[in-house]
Write a protein that binds this ligand. Structure first.
Ligand SMILES: [Zn+2]
Length: 64
């Protein structure tokens, strides 16, 4: 996701609480920044922050 898009998302989201259900790689002018963006609220997190957020979740039920 482009950084510009993330800023627009943040404005649309309006600072509400978010549990960051999904992340996309952050791009700036076509280059990867190494950071990730929450696709719901537009928050930018580092790789490490993303790992902590994802790792803090209970394991998903993979039974089908
Ligand atoms: Zn979020």
């Amino acid at each position: 996701m482009q950084k510009k898009r993330a800023v627009a998302l943040q404005q649309e989201w309006g600072g509400k609480p978010c549990d960051h259900p999904a992340f996309a790689r952050e791009y700036d002018l076509g280059a990867r920044t190494g950071n990730f963006i929450c696709t719901q609220c537009g928050k930018t997190v580092t790789f490490r922050e993303k790992a902590e957020i994802v790792g803090a979740r209970p394991p998903e039920d993979t039974a089908e």
